[in-house]
Design a protein around this ligand. Structure first.
Ligand SMILES: O=c1ccn([C@H]2C[C@H](O)[C@@H](COP(=O)(O)O)O2)c(=O)[nH]1
Ligand SMILES: [Zn+2]
Length: 180
């Protein structure tokens, strides 16, 4: 056969550019977004970040623990005071609550929440009633707290799986935002 006038076809196996190695895995990215979001927290003791992802693997929301509107710089961040009203606990809006409130979609049904700390019982109620279908958490450092135990009990009853996150790629991601 005369090949002189035939169009050159690219050989997919030979000479074509290969995909970049070491690109960020989806779940590593979502937890990294949660960790990055936690950096916005003003809580001096515990910074929490959450990232809500829909069934198409799109981020629909993020949130961190912060004081409610109007309360920034007016409400305490103390953990312990004689009077509980002088601590952060009655006021602070949890990362999960903020993430659910901040959503850019109609609802969070069928979504997965990536969160840097296991959700407390109040957040578990929001997760369950909001229709979130899975929880991926980084730290379970308050596993012995009553609020975590009852949170797990409610998630179990609602049939919402929760799993601890382990990175698929490198556990450290360096972000440089210096323009030069
Ligand atoms: O589900 C949760 C549980 C807690 N948080 C936030 C609320 C507080 O700002 C800190 C916890 O403070 P500690 O000093 O570690 O007791 O974490 C949250 O966002 N979501
Ligand atoms: Zn909570």
């Amino acid at each position: 056969m005369d090949k002189r006038n035939q169009k050159q076809q690219p050989d997919p196996s030979n000479g074509s550019k290969r995909k970049r190695e070491g690109c960020l895995d989806c779940s590593d990215y979502f937890m990294a977004v949660a960790v990055l979001t936690s950096k916005m927290s003003e809580d001096p003791n515990t910074q929490v970040g959450a990232c809500i992802v829909n069934q198409d693997n799109k981020v629909v929301s993020t949130g961190h623990n912060q004081m409610p509107k109007g309360g920034k710089d007016k409400l305490p961040w103390e953990q312990k005071k004689e009077d509980e009203h002088d601590t952060k606990y009655p006021y602070v809006c949890h990362a999960e609550l903020n993430a659910i409130m901040n959503k850019n979609s109609a609802d969070v049904k069928g979504c997965t929440i990536y969160v840097t700390l296991f959700p407390c019982n109040e957040c578990a109620k929001l997760i369950i009633q909001g229709g979130i279908k899975a929880v991926v958490y980084l730290s379970d450092r308050y596993k012995d707290r009553y609020s975590t135990k009852v949170s797990k009990k409610m998630l179990d009853l609602a049939g919402i799986p929760y799993e601890q996150f382990y990175p698929k790629g490198a556990p450290e991601i360096v972000i440089n935002i210096n323009p030069n």
